[in-house]
Design a protein around this ligand. Structure first.
Ligand SMILES: [Zn+2]
Length: 237
């Protein structure tokens, strides 16, 4: 196994240009998450920074946040609209894998389906949830993403992110940090776009995490990532 920098990708954050050259194809980043909101809370600042730098960002949600224990009220349209608004704020494109909230399935058929979704997009970088997590949908999306990455020959960069630490993510020790200080208001707006999901509670928790990662890395706020040791290195901003 060789660790190599992505083609056309600088190997240090300092070398990353403010904008991609006009004649250069946009690098594509896919951020996968269990539910609408997970990618925004875990890496909304990074998504904002990457989209500002000219990267194409797809946010792929495993499900639409249906409440299966309340069949009389299906919130999926509300949560899909919230996800669309959040992605608009972050300049990303939302996509949905079609699974059901709280009933994630990881089997051969779903590995195949998720692999096809990812492969069609031909990403240069994958960001997904850290698999040690108390929510089965988060573990599922991490596992499905991992398998798709493996089936594609481990050629794109793979990084794990954290969300709602303690409640969801546990035992997360970042290898990489992204300074999100300049884009805090946009991350906050994207998180608060999920108005039906107690943003006051979840944003304050995630802000504590971002401040802690900021202390660790020397910034006001930062987002932490774990680089998969067998994946190419991507110059996170
Ligand atoms: Zn979630």
């Amino acid at each position: 196994m060789a660790v190599a920098a992505l083609p056309l990708t600088p190997t240090t954050a300092q070398a990353l240009p403010d904008q991609l050259p006009a004649n250069r194809p946009k690098l594509k980043v896919i951020v996968t998450g269990g539910h609408p909101g997970d990618p925004e809370y875990g890496c909304g600042g990074t998504i904002a920074r990457l989209s500002d730098l000219g990267y194409e960002i797809v946010v792929l949600y495993l499900n639409k946040g249906e409440w299966t224990d309340k069949p009389s009220y299906d919130p999926a349209p509300v949560r899909v609209a919230e996800a669309a608004k959040a992605c608009e704020i972050l300049k990303a494109r939302p996509a949905f894998a079609g699974q059901i909230d709280g009933k994630a399935i990881v089997d051969q058929d779903h590995y195949d389906q998720f692999h096809r979704l990812i492969e069609t997009e031909q990403p240069d970088v994958l960001l997904t949830q850290w698999p040690v997590d108390n929510h089965p949908d988060h573990r599922a999306v991490s596992n499905l993403t991992y398998e798709a990455w493996k089936r594609m020959g481990k050629k794109c960069a793979l990084y794990f992110y954290e969300v709602s630490n303690g409640e969801d993510t546990v035992q997360f020790a970042p290898t990489d940090y992204v300074d999100i200080t300049a884009v805090i208001p946009r991350k906050r707006s994207a998180c608060y776009a999920h108005a039906s999901q107690s943003p006051d509670k979840f944003y304050s928790l995630q802000e504590l995490v971002a401040r802690m990662r900021g202390f660790e890395s020397g910034h006001q706020q930062a987002e932490g990532y774990i680089h998969h040791v067998q994946s190419p290195v991507f110059a996170l901003p």
